[in-house]
Write a protein that binds this ligand. Structure first.
Ligand code: 5AD
Ligand code: SF4
Length: 450
């Protein structure tokens, strides 16, 4: 390979997946990935639009890139620059106007067309703007090999969202809900395992709404897909993210009990503990609905570790509403969670609401909520000290003699162990725990923990 591609990724795991697939799409054109932006012949910024400041960050990154691009031109070379992802989708025209020297702007649904876009940029002057939602799915046009496969791999099975939570841009940037066929997913999973993956996380903005066409011509839900994937030998672990409480079907909950490869960890965003706020968010569930789902999941698999997303300071959120969220967190108990200040996203219904909350109030609430979540995460981790857990070793660390792995509960773990264990599940005695990670020793005798 003679050319180099540098991709910088912001945002969710779906963007990480997309960036890896972009590497695969341009590999046949002779591009090898590089960490060094100055070396790159092609730079792609894969952007996220879910919260504020994304576009400001992007414009300042582009400003910095310009000097590298000019340096390359002075040496007689050329650096093509592309903006991809959800900011490109939402603000393509503005990017084109503000950064006239940009070469390509394309959204999440058209990156399979990168070879044509690169060819056009080489031939013509001017910006290639490609933010359509083409009628054919990009998945059918992505390469069937990958040079980016990791021990823990992502597999996009569903994309887009029809839920229209009033704060969220996803239905506009990623489009309507779309599920891949079961055959396509199984084929990609087989390929990932062949390339060394031992854990697969199924991805989708609303992954548990998956409704793909099965090999029998019928529509399969996520549960049935998981049972099918669990038949793949050598695939040791399955996970899925991110889910909506309304789509936690009984069948899916039972799958948590019956599929040993399905890890005891569930990321199920609730956003708020207040029914008034949930209604204004158009979440289509109450806080009791959510509690019931969690009860069922815990009845099916009692050791399930829980994760969630929370938004504080949604328009109209009162102190009582916020207290209801804090109470919910105390009642449920989380192993980890993400939390955000509400951010007005242009074009979404909540951004036009007149009862916006002061930034200072949001700051105080977020701090209080994150303090509680941090305490819970630390307690959860400390509770595993003394246990023997199965850890999938994902990679070696920079420091010699250390490897990185994860427990079934998604806890990060550093371990003194040889590199040859990468890709294997190892029994590890947990010796210490902090908020962020565990440490342990390889167990000499295998115990019967998780
Ligand atoms: N403001 C703050 N947080 C948001 N999220 C989505 N949109 C917004 C917004 N406008 C959060 C939600 C979602 C996660 C991916 O990002 O909690 O679950
Ligand atoms: Fe956004 Fe998730 Fe709501 Fe869909 S379900 S609109 S992706 S927050």
């Amino acid at each position: 390979m003679s050319k180099k591609v540098h991709i910088k990724t912001w945002g969710c795991q779906m963007n990480v997946y997309d960036s890896d697939r972009m590497v695969d799409v341009v590999a046949p054109l002779g591009y090898a990935p590089t960490e060094e932006v100055a070396d790159a012949d092609l730079v792609i910024f894969n952007t996220c639009h879910i919260r504020e400041k994304a576009s400001e960050k992007l414009f300042s990154e582009l400003g910095r890139l310009r000097s590298h691009r000019e340096a390359k031109a002075q040496q007689g070379g050329r650096m093509m620059v592309a903006v991809a992802g959800c900011v490109a989708q939402a603000e393509g025209a503005e990017i084109k106007n503000r950064v006239p020297w940009i070469d390509m702007v394309f959204g999440p649904q058209t990156y399979h067309q990168l070879p044509e876009m690169i060819a056009r940029v080489s031939r013509e002057k001017g910006v290639v703007l490609n933010t359509e939602f083409p009628p054919v799915a990009k998945f059918d046009f992505l390469p069937d090999t990958s040079i980016t496969t990791k021990v823990s791999a992502f597999l996009a099975v569903q994309e887009g969202c029809d839920k229209f939570c009033t704060f969220c841009v996803v239905p506009y940037t990623r489009g309507a809900e779309y599920s891949r066929s079961v055959d396509a997913v199984v084929k990609e999973a087989g390929r990932l395992v062949h390339e060394g993956a031992r854990e697969i996380t199924l991805l989708g903005q609303n992954v548990n709404a998956f409704h793909g066409e099965g090999p029998d011509g019928k529509t399969w839900g996520l549960a049935r897909l998981l049972y099918r994937l669990a038949e793949i030998p050598e695939l040791k672990r399955l996970r899925y993210t991110t889910s909506h409480p309304r789509d936690m079907t009984d069948e899916l909950i039972v799958a948590h009990r019956d599929i040993p490869q399905l890890m005891p960890f569930l990321h199920l965003p609730v956003q708020s503990g207040s029914d008034t706020v949930l209604e204004a968010m158009n979440r289509k569930h109450t806080s009791d609905d959510y509690r019931r789902v969690i009860d069922h999941v815990r009845a099916a698999r009692p050791d399930t570790a829980l994760s969630s997303d929370f938004i504080v300071g949604f328009p109209g959120e009162t102190d009582q509403d916020f207290d209801a969220t804090m109470k919910l967190i105390r009642d449920i108990g989380y192993a980890q969670a993400f939390s955000f200040k509400y951010s007005r996203r242009p074009g979404t219904p909540a951004s036009a609401m007149t009862n916006q909350i002061d930034e200072s109030v949001k700051d105080v609430r977020l701090q209080e909520l994150q303090k509680l979540l941090r305490e819970q995460q630390e307690q959860f981790n400390i509770a595993t000290v003394g246990q023997t857990l199965s850890v999938l070793i994902e990679n070696k660390m920079q420091k010699d003699g250390l490897v990185f792995g994860r427990t079934p509960y998604m806890q990060a773990l550093h371990l003194a162990a040889p590199e040859c264990l990468v890709g294997q599940e190892v029994r590890v005695g947990i010796t210490s725990a902090g908020f962020q990670r565990l440490e342990g020793v390889v167990a000499t005798v295998s115990a019967d923990a998780a």
